[in-house]
Ligand binder design. Structure first.
Ligand SMILES: Nc1nc2c(c(=O)[nH]1)N[C@H]1C(S)=C(S)[C@@H](COP(=O)(O)O)O[C@H]1N2
Ligand SMILES: [Mo]
Length: 410
């Protein structure tokens, strides 16, 4: 056998007296609860995109959690809640992941690296788990900070990495749940937390226990408290922008912390000019027949007002009072009273967000509006003047601004 290389490969190199199966089991258990919330809400967000509808498909629709059900159009805060959990719990995961990796780092330098085929497979699943976790957290954090450093499409890449993550996690759990249960049975679930620094000893046995431990510098509960404080800080630093209202400015790391009603993309950023939205503007409404309306004609149609939450995919949300023409009213006028879907196009000349398809039940909800006014005033250019979509509990990204054309399909 080849002797172990020097340094971290040698037994005795890793000296923390806190490492051991119990500590890793606790960190793993906390992580399992948190990542379950993040994964479920992540796949719910994907389902809310309704990739089975017309122009919405971003990934292969036959992959998990895409076409299971039609995303409901209410309560209006449903998407904001789900996505707020996804993003803020996702941030809270980061310190726990780092602590978990620290707790098992001696395994990275195990010698020999692989002793059997089954161990090789197990280590491969761990490699996939760590790689996909790092990728999901890095791309997620970059995305919510509007730091588009990646050349690839975020939604596709984040989704496919999540599928790899779930598969690797299931394989990991099959192997590790028995190990964790053994540690809990031997040491108790919370008993080791009672020990202060003076009573902190290495765990009696197990894979990760140091061969030559140094005296501890922190107790296990001290370590877990520090990790928890880190998680709480990251979540609190962003959660205000998810909850909105008076809490918005408290989101000191959130990019959408100022202003009552954040702007996602400005009219200038979307290359929507005053020329396009001025006197010559006409909304085309296609169906059994093709109609067109000036903005004055839209204002003369029956109007409805609803207070609804707009929840962005990046986790922030805002609750506003919207006034406009119900989509169902426009569908009736176009001669398609019960459409199976509506295809919406923006005046915005380019980009993935210039078009979207909504389901029939979303059109039928009487709170779904072609918005002309918000909070009692005209829409501003940046919020989608002359007209924008608002549908309760629809992902923010599908609430198209600067609408130029609606096509109702029977
Ligand atoms: N045409 C168009 N519509 C759009 C967008 C866009 O970039 N182009 N951004 C969307 C996103 S991601 C969100 S969260 C909401 C935000 O609306 P607001 O900028 O009025 O807050 O608008 C949506 N509508
Ligand atoms: Mo968004």
């Amino acid at each position: 056998m080849i002797p172990a290389p020097p340094g971290p490969f040698r037994p005795g190199f890793w000296r923390s007296s806190l490492r051991g199966p119990w500590l890793t089991a606790v960190l793993g258990s906390v992580l399992l609860v948190l990542v379950t919330i993040v994964a479920v809400t992540g796949f719910l967000s994907h389902a809310a995109y309704q990739p089975d509808l017309g122009s919405n498909a971003l990934v292969r629709p036959d992959l998990p959690f895409t076409t299971f059900f039609g995303w409901p159009s209410g309560p209006s805060w449903l998407y904001a809640l789900s996505q707020g959990l996804h993003v803020n719990v996702g941030l809270a995961v980061i310190p726990v992941v780092l602590a978990k990796l620290w707790s098992v780092i001696p395994r990275l330098f195990a010698w020999p690296p692989v002793r059997s085929a089954s161990e090789g497979f197990e280590r491969l699943t761990v490699a996939l788990l760590v790689a996909s976790t790092g990728f999901l957290l890095a791309t997620g954090v970059a995305n919510i900070q509007y730091w588009y450093v990646f050349r690839f499409d975020f939604v596709r890449a984040h989704y496919y990495a999540a599928v790899v993550f779930v598969a690797a996690l299931v394989a990991h759990l099959v192997v590790k749940i028995p190990v964790a249960l053994r540690a809990y049975r031997a040491r108790g679930v919370i008993a080791p937390l009672r020990a202060g620094l003076a009573d902190t000893r290495p765990e009696p046995d197990g894979d990760l226990v140091a061969a030559a431990p140094d005296p501890p510098t922190v107790s296990r509960r001290g370590l877990l408290l520090a990790v928890g404080a880190g998680s709480l800080t990251l979540a609190v630093a962003n959660a205000g922008s998810s909850i909105g209202g008076p809490l918005r400015p408290t989101a000191f790391l959130g990019p959408r912390r100022s202003g009552g009603f954040p702007v996602n993309k400005t009219a200038a950023g979307a290359k929507v000019t005053a020329e396009m939205t001025g006197a010559s503007y006409r909304l085309v409404v296609a169906g059994a027949e093709e109609l067109s309306f000036s903005r004055e004609e839209l204002l003369a149609l029956p109007q409805a007002t609803h207070t609804l939450t707009l929840g962005c995919v990046e986790g922030w949300s805002t609750r506003q009072t919207w006034t406009g023409v119900p989509l169902a009213e426009l569908a009736r006028r176009a001669g398609v009273p019960e459409p199976s879907e509506v295809h919406i196009e923006s005046l915005q000349p380019a980009g993935v967000l210039r078009q979207v398809t909504l389901a029939g039940h979303q059109v039928a909800d009487d709170r779904s509006l072609l918005v002309l006014r918000v909070a009692g005033a005209e829409l501003t250019p940046d919020h989608g003047y002359p007209a924008r979509i608002i549908v309760p509990s629809l992902p923010g990204v599908h609430n198209t601004k600067w609408v130029g054309r609606l096509e109702f399909r029977a």
